[in-house]
Design a protein around this ligand. Structure first.
Ligand code: HEM
Length: 136
């Protein structure tokens, strides 16, 4: 008999941990993203703990995350606008693997908004086209 792959149908702290763990496993296996993360992060558990708190604040409005993501990303060596597409694609894939469609979509909407605001904060210049043109 075929077992249906039951998708998670609610957002809880536990389910956020599963999402974050699974997402960063994919990030660490990604040719483009891994080097940036591995250069910035020595000890992964504190980063994962921060990301549990971040998504808990975003999705469950717990206020557990305190920090300033923009400043952290602004100073990341090697960060480029196109990498956000890749980040989002991996994040969406992870959401869809774990959660039902509605919850997966709710995560994706938030991730896209935050990614856009990070990109604006990092790369927007009033005298240049937006979205940025990839370097020729
Ligand atoms: C190209 C895309 C991205 C890259 C390469 C990237 C990379 C990183 C790295 C290396 C760190 C650790 C920085 C450090 O500890 O010094 C970090 C932290 C973080 N990232 Fe990203 N990130 C990306 C996109 C995003 C997006 C789209 C979000 C949110 C939806 C996000 C949320 C965060 C948060 C909340 C932290 C913790 C900041 C803190 O220390 O308080 N990142 N990111």
């Amino acid at each position: 008999m075929m077992y249906s792959m039951e998708k998670l149908n609610h957002i809880s702290e536990d389910n956020i941990c599963r999402l974050v763990d699974s997402f960063y496993e994919k990030v660490r296996a990604d040719d483009e993203l891994a080097p940036i993360f591995e250069a910035a992060i020595d000890d992964w558990q504190p980063h994962l703990d921060k990301m549990y708190a971040f998504w808990s604040s975003v999705m469950l409005t717990t206020g557990r995350y305190k920090g300033n993501p923009l400043i952290k990303h602004m100073v990341l060596p090697g960060i480029r606008p196109e990498l956000f597409e890749r980040w989002l694609a991996l994040f969406h894939k992870t959401c869809r693997e774990l959660f039902d469609d509605e919850i997966s979509a709710a995560f994706q909407v938030k991730a896209e908004r935050i990614a856009e605001s990070l990109k604006l904060g990092i790369f927007y210049r009033p005298d240049r086209p937006w979205p940025p043109q990839p370097a020729a």
